[in-house]
Design a binder for this molecule. Structure first.
Ligand SMILES: [Zn+2]
Length: 251
């Protein structure tokens, strides 16, 4: 199994990351895609990926931190390390944080920059969208983004379908056990468009408790229940979808 989106550079993992990774491996999670939120975090994620074999790095700039100068610095770091990366992220739009048009415009400009970079370097995008699902899809589709993971998509199913039609994947976090919106997404989108993620340390099965990659089997089981498909088939398919998008080599 694959965790397509986790923040293992988060301070909440600084004391026990080896134990967290052991639990993930015991649960059958072979690879963890570790995303970065800002320039410092990018350096941290690169260092962790050097140290721990199961981590696959994505570098990016979270929309909450969107700033044109920092975006330029992150782009430079991505270019320098492109051969070690499996994607660009976390990038996206967050209109829950950005309430006013000028801030939203900055987020759009920063995201557009990373879409261009993704196309140039042929790296997939690991995309955040909060209260901005259809705006994010509009931008990605208009900018010709081709390899895309929509993480923890909180928009409507009819918007998600436009992403599915473009071959985008939608990753489902453990909070699916308590989120009606995520359950609806799982029921209505095809298994071919779904992948597993945790967004550790948040979006866990229990609100307020630290989430970790070992919770991926819970996502598989919930998707299997919702879709009435055998868990083994769901596990295989969701891992295969992620491997294809991120061009991961098994093991
Ligand atoms: Zn995230």
């Amino acid at each position: 199994m694959i965790d397509c989106h986790a923040h293992l550079s988060d301070i909440s993992f600084s004391d026990d990351l080896p134990a967290v990774l052991d639990r993930a491996a015991s649960a059958g999670v072979e690879q963890i895609i570790c995303v970065a939120e800002d320039l410092n975090d990018c350096r941290h994620v690169l260092a962790l990926a050097e140290q721990y074999h199961a981590l696959r790095p994505c570098l990016g700039l979270h929309p909450d931190a969107a700033d044109p100068d920092e975006a330029a610095a992150v782009e430079e770091l991505i270019r320098k390390n492109a051969h070690r990366l499996i994607g660009i992220g976390e990038v996206g739009l967050d209109f829950w944080i950005a309430r006013e048009e000028p801030e939203r415009e900055i987020q759009r400009r920063v995201l557009s920059r990373f879409v261009r970079l993704s196309r140039e370097l042929d790296l997939p995008l690991n995309v955040h969208s909060r209260s901005a699902g259809h705006y994010t899809l509009d931008l990605l589709l208009a900018a010709g983004a081709q390899r895309v993971l929509m993480h923890a998509f909180d928009g409507k199913v009819n918007h998600a379908w436009r992403g599915v039609a473009a071959g985008y994947l939608f990753s489902i976090p453990p909070s699916v056990i308590r989120s009606h919106q995520k359950q609806k997404l799982v029921r209505q989108l095809p298994l071919e468009a779904l992948a597993t993620e945790t967004d550790s340390p948040v979006l866990g099965p229990e609100p307020g408790r630290r989430n970790e990659p070992a919770h991926i089997p819970l996502v598989v089981q919930t998707v299997a229940d919702l879709k009435q498909v055998p868990p083994a088939q769901v596990r295989e398919m969701m891992a295969a979808n992620a491997r294809r998008l991120f061009r991961l080599i098994p093991g």
